[in-house]
Design a protein around this ligand. Structure first.
Ligand SMILES: [Zn+2]
Length: 220
């Protein structure tokens, strides 16, 4: 099992990558990871930039956001992170950022359009836009995350409209790679739709039928 210090260092590295890859600028967003072997999470406090995170940047809270270790104010997004850990046992780490292409595409679609195969392969299917009509997830929206994982336990990401992306992974860097892929997929969709419109051409998205047939072919 990884040590707490290892996970804190991985989380700082993931935060740096997310900043440099445009997943989160300034001091918004949040990253977290499970405390090895316990129902607790290591999470960035409110404020502070991803790029400045190091192994000492974190607090530890329970899955309701109550502080167990550290003096800083818990992030307002702690409930979002804790809810994911409660209902997705395979999620070991979470990256949440206000990525610009993802936000833009989410105004026009109820899920991330898949023009590229790898967004489906690596993100476990289509990345949905959840119906959260607030700047943050509150107790009223917890059921949406619960239902998402009941219906599609393998998905690695979802989108909060007018807000940003949420990506999970088996460790902090895996979650960060998934966050990058969400934003990359949104960027491809943005350019494909804009360029297609300028050319009078509509490029077809990959469909549910295509994805289901791909999954069936993998079983054979
Ligand atoms: Zn946020």
């Amino acid at each position: 099992m990884k040590t707490l210090l290892n996970v804190k260092r991985e989380l700082a590295l993931a935060a740096h990558r997310a900043y440099t890859r445009g997943i989160q600028s300034g001091n918004g967003g949040n990253v977290s990871a499970r405390v090895p072997g316990e129902d607790l999470m290591i999470i960035k406090p409110s404020g502070g930039s991803f790029i400045d995170c190091d192994e000492n940047s974190w607090i530890i809270t329970d899955f309701d956001g109550n502080i167990v270790e550290g003096n800083a104010k818990p992030s307002g997004e702690a409930l979002l992170h804790g809810t994911i850990y409660k209902y997705n046992p395979s999620a070991q780490a979470i990256i949440h950022g206000h990525a610009p292409y993802t936000n833009t595409i989410a105004y026009f679609h109820d899920r991330l359009p898949a023009y590229n195969y790898h967004s489906l392969f690596k993100l476990g299917g289509f990345t949905r836009v959840l119906d959260v009509p607030k700047p943050g997830v509150t107790k009223d929206e917890v059921h949406l995350i619960k239902e998402l994982y009941e219906e599609t336990p393998d998905v690695k990401a979802f989108i909060l409209p007018r807000h940003g992306l949420v990506a999970v992974g088996k460790d902090p860097l895996d979650a960060e790679h998934n966050a990058e892929l969400v934003e990359e997929t949104a960027q491809v969709a943005f350019m494909t739709e804009l360029y297609g419109k300028s050319k009078g051409v509509t490029i077809p998205e990959l469909t549910d039928e295509w994805w289901q047939s791909y999954l069936e072919s993998k079983k054979k």
